[in-house]
Design a protein around this ligand. Structure first.
Ligand code: NAD
Length: 483
């Protein structure tokens, strides 16, 4: 399948190691999940090239640390400009390999670019501190130094979002070895080609792809040279990688799974709540870690809310999103469809009612129909597990206390949302929800400026914001005596 790109040289099919596009020993086929058609065959690498990438990052980092913060800022800003200039091509590659709508892909590319811009600015604000020492002949300083070579791993649902990890690392003075998901390597490879054109020094950032992620993951997590792992993906894989990192006591940033409650109180703006529930639940076919997952609606407005949500969702046009008239795409692979199917069947067997959908889509093996379930309860798998698909389960509740208790009843703690017009309730509920990010009457809560991340088993650390830069630094105390 050929993609209609303004700059076809952005479609890279080799790994980027030590500043060069390298031939690999294996092959990875990348398919369009909407059509099942082959998009590209990527040459893959293994442990030897991963070791080379680590050594190259370590070498390049030594020179990079000596550059001024302003020089780093200029490079990151160049990268931002190039990403935005190539937004359309990057969105086309993204939709082709991942399936989300072109509108969403354009948004993701701009969102990815925003981290290059943000960390271009933050590179110059890597401030330290001075301490009022108890002894008058001493002065105390705290400086922040680059943490070291960083291993970065990203998932398939936001494949262009390599900048949220690479840009703060570069701003702080670190080198990076990045591993994209095997499902969607093309976006990361196109993005790094633009990084190369923006002037990333040879070797400072490598992108390695394997058909078996453990081939690369094992080397990165065992390496003495790699000082930090920043991983986005499932909680299960995050725990495994954290255990692997224990041997060398690496610093960790983990952005893991979510099970967001979306609570609608009976004093809410019902239209806004229904529109935003639909947006949050169904974007990227439900394959978003912060998407509304368990929708709780107070009993007085429950029926109206369900009816309105159904009206909105039944108008979706599901299909291959390279055709711009389609609004919603496929799941990433058939395994994912099977997993959604099992969870919906479990709910139906326990008494759930299907208001909309409830079946596989007719467009191909990777499609599942936008689905709304009512008569659901907390014993069902759709309540307990991440659905990661286009299934809205709508739970009924009576009191504020009950909504908070059930909303918090999950091992995850990434994002939560609620709709109310009562100011006192807005404060109470925001403070009571055990989640890293809370949207009050709003579901678009992520941006370069905010600290993105979760509590509980949703992860460790934050990405973006000024705190996102700190994650790539070590704090050093310097005591200067003899004054
Ligand atoms: P996953 O954990 O299965 O895979 C994620 C990444 O881990 C991929 O790049 C994969 O190649 C890699 N991986 C898997 N096994 C590995 C190994 N042995 N060694 C090294 N790397 C390995 O998750 P997924 O299905 O790709 O993504 C979906 C999950 O990601 C969901 O749980 C979602 O909530 C989560 N997610 C979280 C965030 C966040 O910021 N919190 C953002 C997006 C996705």
């Amino acid at each position: 399948m050929t993609l209609n790109l303004n700059d076809p040289t952005l479609l890279k099919t080799q790994c980027f190691v030590g500043g060069e596009w390298v031939s690999g020993s294996g092959q990875l086929e990348v398919f369009n999940p909407a059509t099942g058609k082959l998009l590209a065959t990527v040459e893959t690498v293994g442990s030897a090239e991963t070791e080379q990438a680590i050594e190259a990052a370590d070498r390049a980092m030594k020179a990079w640390q000596k550059t001024s913060a302003k020089e780093r800022a200029v490079l990151l800003r160049n990268w931002y400009d190039l990403i935005m200039e190539n937004q359309e091509d990057l969105a086309t590659i993204l939709t082709a390999e991942q399936g989300k709508s072109l509108a969403e892909s354009r948004g993701e590319v701009a969102y990815s670019a925003s981290y290059a811009e943000w960390f271009a600015e933050e590179a110059r604000r890597n401030y330290g501190d001075t301490l009022a020492m108890p002894q008058t002949d001493r002065r105390g300083l705290i400086v922040r130094q680059p943490v070291g070579v960083v291993a970065a791993m990203i998932p398939w649902n936001f494949p262009s979002l390599i900048t949220r990890k690479i840009c703060p690392a570069l701003a702080a003075g670190c080198g990076v070895v990045l591993k994209p998901s095997e499902e969607t390597p093309l976006s990361a490879l196109a993005m790094i080609e633009l990084g190369r054109r923006a002037g990333i020094p040879a070797g400072l950032v490598s992108v390695v792809v394997a058909d078996n992620p453990a081939d690369i993951g094992d080397v990165l997590t065992a390496s003495e040279t790699v000082k930090k792992l920043t991983f986005t993906g499932s909680t299960a894989v995050g725990k495994m990688l954290a255990a692997q990192c224990a041997g060398t006591v690496k610093k960790l940033t983990l952005e893991l799974g979510g099970n967001a409650p979306f609570i609608v109180f009976d004093d809410a703006d019902l239209e806004a709540a229904a529109q935003n529930a639909a947006l949050s639940k169904f974007r990227n076919a439900g394959q978003v870690c912060v998407c509304a997952q368990r929708i709780f609606v107070q009993e007085g407005i429950y029926d109206k809310f369900v009816a309105r949500l159904k009206e909105i969702v039944q108008d979706y046009r599901v299909g291959n999103c390279i055709d711009e008239s389609n609004t919603h795409g496929p799941q990433i692979h058939e395994r994912s469809v099977l997993s959604i199917e099992e969870k919906v069947q479990d709910a139906i067997a326990k008494g759930a009612k299907v208001v909309l959908g409830g079946k596989r889509g007719e467009q191909g093996p990777n499609f599942y129909q936008p689905t709304i379930l009512t008569n659901v309860d907390d014993s069902m798998r759709v309540f307990k597990e991440e659905i990661f698909g286009p299934v809205a389960a709508i739970y009924k509740f009576k009191t504020e206390e009950e909504a908070i208790q059930r909303g918090n009843d999950t091992e995850y703690g990434l994002a939560a949302y609620f709709y109310t017009r009562d100011l006192a309730r807005a404060w109470r509920v925001s403070e009571a929800l055990d989640f890293g990010m809370v949207g009050v009457n709003e579901t678009v809560i992520t941006a370069d400026i905010i600290p993105f991340g979760g509590m509980k088993q949703s992860g460790i650390g934050r990405e973006g914001s000024r705190y996102g830069l700190e994650e790539f630094t070590e704090m050093k105390f310097i005591c200067m005596g003899g004054l």
